[in-house]
Design a protein around this ligand. Structure first.
Ligand code: ADP
Ligand code: ZN
Ligand code: ZN
Length: 674
């Protein structure tokens, strides 16, 4: 029989995750040793017996065969949580094509010292409304009863909880976690970072007291490690946190909840580029837990699974705490122009705002652009001022400077067009500042706050703006994506979506889905109390299916249209997609390498009639910080064909190009633009 070798890490909870030692697997243990196994090995000069974890198995000895020691035994004490997390790491490595070390670093809590505690500026000064304890309504009870029944009988499932904003999903999460804890289990709840608000946290604290811990990205590594160890030692039952909290080392994990499951923040942008949703489902499978995915606008992927009966679909159709869904008005901005209104605020929106301000109510204006201000372009020749190092337009700030959001380059705003010399050069477009200016022009006595990438750069700034607005220190909040999530502002009665089409122009296949989600979520911000709210959608494309369906608040209709489009164009979830990003500092090299890569991919895929290769082409941003970027897309019905294609291509490219000249990176079912 072929000799097998195992890579073993002795001290997994210490820093030395990348120090693995190779051991022989004796024949009698061959069936007992696998990735994740906890084994006994002789270690060090005295060959004292130590315990370690297997992180990988191969047929190839790494050094002198005779010097490799043998595994002594596999104790029958069951696999500790670290072993299970190692298995999850192996799955990450295979599924997303990363190295085992990167996968391990993602899942393992790495020991860190707790630094001296600085007083943290957080949202705690934010006054909490008295928390009412609610009793669940019949829709909610039906759901939680089914969950409890399955839990007690050890039936583990993936549930998709589809419920409009304010329909009581969070109450369902709380109840299912309570039942889980009652049965001796532990639970993880993931939320997008931005939705991790003081309100949510305090609701959980009220129910679970000290048994809940919260992880956020502002914590130091030490503080985070301490929370993870509390979970490991069974001192907590519930963890709430962003994506990475998924790897909390609970030993009795029975439930993982992913709130706002459609959010793109659940996709990691570092290797392994995992999706928390799929990874949660895998972790739940390995450990015998259930998963609840919750959203008002489920991802196309999850809803398709629910329709196939693979996920159990739960629906909450009404707002639970009273309050109706807002009244939605769609305004065709082309008509507005015909009527002579050249402003970015339509007559309808103006009237609604006016009424709200007169009644002492608040308004949110949402501009669905990714946080950027307007760019500067020439009206004579169309030239747009770009960053010299990146292929992006510079954005104009009120202080008269132009800034690159990718590399930080700053320059003064030119007075004349650098191309044609015309002085008709200036900032056009509708950034958050422009919207604020328009509001102030029409309503001179109204106080307006801006929340976007620029105003929230400073630590704690996000919370300060939220707090100020909820204390009614301002009447109007203008913002990007950031304002549509999480917070509940009972006094907001009008939501304006300034230009609903903006996200439609982003050049990736999720643009329509993102547009639909954003409009729906924004509309959900209005009228969350007794006062019925109004949402005004301003658009140049009222006939586009994503905008029309969002205006009708008709998810089902949107889903049907979107699925048929994905089917025709071979996009996920119907097909799997792999993106290959090829980068180099040299333009000629990058073009050649991209062509070479696409050629290799076509070669490996030629026997497969279930997919296609597209490209090479320029990335949406073809240069960042003087590094050129090219992309190739590969689509296939079968995921494992893509993984194999990746392995082959990576190897061939590495053989041809010296390290550093060209780099390749892969992203499976990407959610962000490249
Ligand atoms: P979602 O998470 O779906 O946005 P929440 O769980 O936050 O909804 O509920 C929205 C509001 O409705 C909250 O103020 C909550 O306290 C209230 N609520 C939820 N369920 C009930 C219920 N059964 N009875 C009364 N109020 C409820
Ligand atoms: Zn010009
Ligand atoms: Zn730049």
């Amino acid at each position: 029989m072929l000799q097998k070798y195992a890579d073993i890490i002795i001290d997994i909870s210490h820093e030395a995750i990348d120090r693995a030692f190779q051991y022989k697997i004796p024949e009698e243990l061959i069936n007992k040793v696998e990735t994740g196994s906890y084994v006994e090995v002789p270690f060090g000069k005295g060959n004292a017996i130590r315990k370690g974890y297997v992180i990988g198995i191969s047929d190839v000895p790494k050094w002198d065969e005779d010097k490799i020691k043998e595994i002594k035994g596999v104790p029958d004490e069951g696999i500790p949580i670290e072993g299970k997390l190692i298995r999850l790491a192996a799955w990450l490595k295979d599924t997303y094509g990363s190295t085992m070390i990167n996968a391990l670093k993602t899942v393992m809590p790495v020991k860190e010292r707790v630094a001296k505690k600085k007083p943290q500026k957080d949202l705690s000064e934010f006054k909490l409304d008295i928390e009412k304890v609610v009793s669940l309504n019949s829709e909610q009870t039906k759901i939680t009863d089914e969950f409890t029944e399955n839990l007690i009988h050890g039936v583990n499932r993936v549930y998709l909880l589809k419920g409009v904003t304010g329909s009581g999903k969070t109450e369902v999460y709380i109840e299912t976690i309570k039942q889980t804890v009652k049965q001796g289990g532990q639970a993880i709840m993931l939320v997008p970072e931005i939705a991790l608000t003081y309100q949510t946290v305090s609701r959980f604290k009220m129910h679970f007291g000290d048994r809940v811990s919260v992880i956020n990205s502002q914590m130091s590594k030490g503080e985070r490690y301490r929370e993870l160890m509390k979970a490991r030692n069974g001192e907590t039952d519930v963890v709430i946190g962003p994506r990475s909290a998924l790897f909390t080392p609970f030993t009795r994990l029975r439930l993982i909840i992913i709130d706002e499951e459609h959010d793109s923040a659940y996709k990691s942008d570092n290797s392994p580029k995992y999706h928390a949703r799929d990874t949660a489902i895998e972790r739940a499978r390995l450990e015998g837990a259930s998963v609840i995915l919750g959203s008002a606008t489920p991802s196309i992927e999850s809803y398709a699974m629910a329709k196939l009966g693979k996920y159990r679909l739960w629906e909450l159709k009404e707002r639970a705490g009273g309050g109706q869904l807002s009244d939605v008005k769609m305004i065709d901005m082309r008509e507005e122009l015909k009527l002579g209104n050249r402003s970015i605020i339509s007559q309808e929106l103006y009237d609604r705002m006016d009424e709200a301000f007169k009644n002492g109510e608040q308004v949110m204006l949402f501009i669905n652009r990714r946080g950027y201000n307007s760019c500067v372009s020439c009206r004579s020749c169309g030239h747009a001022v770009k960053c010299p190092k990146c292929d992006v337009a510079l954005s104009l700030h009120r202080n008269g400077f132009l800034m690159c959001h990718y590399c930080g380059h700053i320059e003064r705003q030119p007075k004349k067009c650098p191309e044609c010399g015309s002085n008709l050069i200036g900032g056009y477009g509708t950034g958050t500042e422009k919207v604020k200016e328009a509001v102030e022009k029409f309503f001179p006595n109204v106080k307006t706050l801006i929340m976007d990438r620029d105003t929230t750069l400073k630590k704690g700034a996000h919370g300060e703006i939220i707090t100020a607005f909820s204390k009614k220190e301002a009447d109007c909040l203008v913002g990007t994506q950031m304002i549509v999530k999480g917070h509940d502002f009972p006094n907001v009665t009008v939501v304006g979506i300034m230009l609903a089409d903006l996200t439609l122009f982003e050049n990736d296949y999720r643009a329509a889905e993102r547009t639909f989600d954003l409009i729906t979520q924004a509309a959900g911000r209005a009228g969350r109390s007794e006062k019925r709210g109004c949402t005004v959608i301003q658009t140049y494309q009222p006939e586009h299916y994503a905008i029309a369906a969002a205006a009708e608040q008709d998810y089902e209709k949107f889903f049907e249209m979107e699925m048929s489009y994905r089917q025709i164009l071979k996009y996920p979830p119907v097909y799997h997609m792999m993106l290959v990003l090829i980068t180099s500092k040299d333009e000629e090299t990058v073009n050649e390498a991209a062509k070479f890569t696409a050629g290799l991919l076509r070669e490996v895929m030629k026997d497969s009639d279930t997919g296609s290769v597209i490209g090479p082409g320029e990335a949406a941003i073809s240069k960042i910080n003087d590094v050129y970027r090219r992309v190739v897309y590969v689509k296939n019905l079968k995921y494992n064909i893509l993984v194999k294609a990746k392995e082959y291509t990576e190897k061939k490219v590495q053989e041809k190009y010296p390290v550093g000249d060209v780099s390749l990176s892969f992203d499976f079912n990407p959610v962000n633009m490249y």
